[in-house]
Design a protein around this ligand. Structure first.
Ligand SMILES: [Zn+2]
Length: 180
């Protein structure tokens, strides 16, 4: 799921502009309804809880089980504690306008690997909703590994950035690399 249930993107990832690194390294989301809660998109551990950062305001960083990290910035209030385990759908806090922010929104970043180094180099929307799973499923079917591609795609979509997607991706990469 997405950290804002019914969202509208107000600033895409990668847009060039006045940021220190030259581009927007997260995605900005606002709700299309009145739900200002920020939800954990995955099962994760709360890695950082920080208040009053000059840029990010009040923010939370999650450590995912696949090695990725995500940041939820400009929060009005924080509902989790460092070290806490969260599930997909756990409320992390409430959207706000803290730090260097002009208007209430969520700044959402996804970091590859084990550091939170600036800038984040992953597009959060691509990470949360992999668009290549259909291609991966087709290729796995061609190889005779999967017979029910629709079933596989549906299972992956139920848990969009979860383990199954990464298992499929890694399996395919392994098969290609080793010419199996
Ligand atoms: Zn932003």
């Amino acid at each position: 799921m997405y950290p804002v249930k019914n969202y509208k993107i107000t600033c895409e990832y990668g847009v060039k502009g006045g940021w220190k690194c030259g581009y927007h390294c997260g995605v900005d989301l606002i709700p299309t309804d009145k739900d200002y809660n920020i939800y954990s998109p995955v099962k994760a551990t709360v890695f950082t809880v920080k208040k009053n950062h000059s840029s990010y305001g009040n923010y939370v960083v999650l450590k995912h089980t696949d090695g990725y990290f995500s940041r939820y910035a400009h929060l009005d209030s924080i509902a989790v504690k460092k070290g806490q385990t969260v599930s997909e759908g756990t409320v992390l806090g409430v959207m706000g306008n803290t730090g260097n922010s002009s208007g209430r929104h969520l700044h959402f970043e996804v970091h590859r690997g084990t550091s939170m180094a600036y800038p984040a180099n992953t597009d959060p929307m691509k990470y949360i909703q992999p668009t290549d799973i259909a291609d991966i499923a087709k290729e796995l079917a061609t190889l005779g590994i999967v017979s029910d591609t629709e079933g596989l795609i549906n299972e992956v979509k139920k848990e969009p950035c979860g383990r199954l997607y990464w298992v499929c991706r890694k399996a395919l990469a392994y098969i290609r690399r080793n010419n199996l």
